[in-house]
Design a protein around this ligand. Structure first.
Ligand code: 5GP
Length: 120
């Protein structure tokens, strides 16, 4: 899949749309989800143009990958959600209903999150 520079997170990265920022460094931006599903719902994104975890893991530099996953852990720690627990989730592709085609990691926390996935 080709990266679409007009996706909503690309616009946030360019400052064309606002966000409720939680963290930023050279390679990572984290902000609160606009439609939170849990009391704490943060999205962590790389600044590079990666469509999905598939694209990111295959094509990002080692520095970007290390920076991203260190940031995810640090952000969760700073949010204070690791004591009671939280869920990290990266929807990838159609079956997972990935809505925004820019790689992002959800951090869900702040209540009992239930079982991992609904059985059908
Ligand atoms: P996905 O389904 O792709 O894993 O999740 C995309 C997430 O992005 C959704 O939880 C949705 O609420 C969030 N989202 C969509 N548009 C915006 C926006 O403009 N700002 C913010 N902060 N979050 C957004």
């Amino acid at each position: 899949m080709v990266y679409d520079p007009e996706n909503i997170f690309a616009k946030i990265l360019r400052g064309e749309l606002p966000c409720d920022k939680v963290f930023e460094d050279d390679t990572v931006l984290a902000f609160r989800d606009i439609r939170p599903m849990t009391p704490v719902h943060v999205l962590v994104i790389p600044k590079g143009p990666y469509v999905s975890l598939d694209d990111f893991s295959a094509n990002a530099s080692d520095a970007e990958i290390v920076g991203f996953y260190r940031a995810v852990g640090n952000i969760a720690r700073d949010l204070g959600v690791l004591k009671d627990g939280c869920r990290f989730l990266a929807n990838t592709g159609e079956d997972a209903r990935q809505e925004v085609p820019h790689f992002h990691m959800h951090i869900f926390a702040g209540r009992d999150l239930g079982s991992m996935i609904k059985r059908v």
